[in-house]
Design a protein around this ligand. Structure first.
Ligand SMILES: [Zn+2]
Length: 134
């Protein structure tokens, strides 16, 4: 996520922009991010694009951020249980802390993460918003 090499970022574009997961063919468990060996021991996976919807399990507000996100602070982050099962940590955007609620439905959106080199290189990716705010 914090990679500044254009080549390495390019290699991760699909996974970063589409919630690209993999699913074990043998036990059907879904992993995001992808893994190479399932907990059941299987090496057999199929690619699965997640729908980008889920529920907010918990959340907080970041007031003092890592330097790369300093222009975004304060911002909210949350743990989201995706409809397909995986849980992820993501920024929650286009909302305020006081408007967030446990178990509220959220969906993935495409947003700016950060920029560097005086805004010449901008890194985008997935954040989540409450579905009611869309
Ligand atoms: Zn498995």
């Amino acid at each position: 996520m914090f990679e500044q090499s254009p080549i390495l970022r390019w290699r991760k574009y699909k996974q970063q922009y589409t919630l690209q997961a993999n699913q074990c063919i043998d036990c059907k468990k879904i992993y995001y991010p992808k893994i190479a060996v399932c907990k059941c021991g299987s090496l057999n996976f199929i690619e699965k694009i997640l729908c980008g919807k889920g529920k907010l399990l918990t959340f907080t507000q970041i007031n003092v951020s890592p330097r790369i996100y300093a222009n975004n602070a304060p911002y909210c982050i949350g743990i989201i249980k995706l409809d397909e099962g995986p849980q992820i940590i993501s920024q929650i955007t286009d909302t305020k802390l006081e408007d967030l609620k446990i178990s509220m439905p959220v969906k993935a959106v495409f947003r700016k993460y950060y920029s560097f080199n005086h805004e010449k290189i901008i890194n985008y990716g997935i954040k989540f918003i409450p579905i009611d705010n869309s």
